[in-house]
Write a protein that binds this ligand. Structure first.
Ligand code: F6R
Length: 247
């Protein structure tokens, strides 16, 4: 694992955007694994700028998003589809047909233990050639995508959101009661199968979980620890998110 600490959130985001643009320049039909939330916002803004300057094109790029809420439509302002359209897809030359979200692949559910699994999404990723570069944020409880503590599934599945995630995400809704309680989420193996992963964590409120993620043994109670031994993982932090390391 490589850990990169940048002074500011802007510098950390620019670093991650560079990883994406380098990939897209070298592989025009790159397959991107994308996240929503506040963490990747500046990364996407940087990529839009690079596109506007003519440095990169998304014409042949494919994108697979990590997750989507269940129960709100793609046009709902808080849906992840809407988020991606507004922050990236509508602003670049990506083909909308190449922008996939897991909630579009729910026709063949399979019951695996406690989980409803949607293998069609993982299969679509596989058939696209696999994810070349996956960006991840991390939840305050250590979740990645919506793999919540103790609620880990290997492949794309229905995830029940933790109370702490509902609280964290309520900032985007009128009230916590409006936050969908379930989502379709890529699983740990879906993520782990990416050829390269970059986990970005920004701000002081992520400092505790970043420390736990980097210093704990792998445990389902801190889902991000389960991907720390990925062969090509870069953890990118700003100084605030890195502030509790080595303490
Ligand atoms: C979003 C996702 C989530 C977020 C995490 C952090 O697609 O999969 O795991 O990355 O909840 O959210 P922010 O970036 O808002 O702190």
């Amino acid at each position: 694992m490589k850990i990169v600490v940048k002074k500011t959130k802007e510098e950390a985001s620019a670093y991650v955007a560079e990883l994406f643009s380098d990939l897209i320049k070298s592989k025009k039909n790159a397959v991107l694994g994308l996240a929503t939330g506040s963490t990747p916002l500046d990364v996407y803004a940087n990529l839009v700028q690079k596109y506007e300057k003519g440095e990169i094109s998304f014409k042949d790029v494919k994108a697979f998003n990590l997750d989507e809420y269940i129960g709100i439509s793609p046009t709902h302002e808080q849906s992840y589809k809407y988020f991606m359209n507004v922050n990236l897809f509508d602003k670049v030359d990506i083909n909308p047909e190449n922008c996939k979200i897991p909630s579009e692949f729910v026709d063949h559910p399979e019951q695996r233990g406690n989980f409803t699994v949607y293998k069609d999404y993982d299969e679509a990723i596989y058939l696209a050639g696999g994810i070349d570069l996956q960006i991840l944020g991390i939840g305050l409880d250590g979740h990645i995508a919506f793999n919540e503590p103790g609620e880990i599934s290997d492949y794309t599945h229905v995830a029940v959101l933790d109370q702490s995630t509902l609280e964290a995400n309520s900032r985007f809704f009128d009230s916590i009661d409006d936050v969908p309680k379930t989502a379709v989420s890529m699983g740990i193996k879906s993520i782990y199968n990416a050829k390269k992963i970059v986990l970005l964590a920004l701000g002081e409120n992520k400092a505790n979980i970043v420390k736990q993620m980097l210093e704990s043994a792998p445990t389902g109670q801190i889902p991000a620890t389960l991907i720390m031994d990925h062969i090509d993982l870069t953890v990118v932090l700003d100084e605030a998110a890195a502030s509790k390391l080595n303490q």
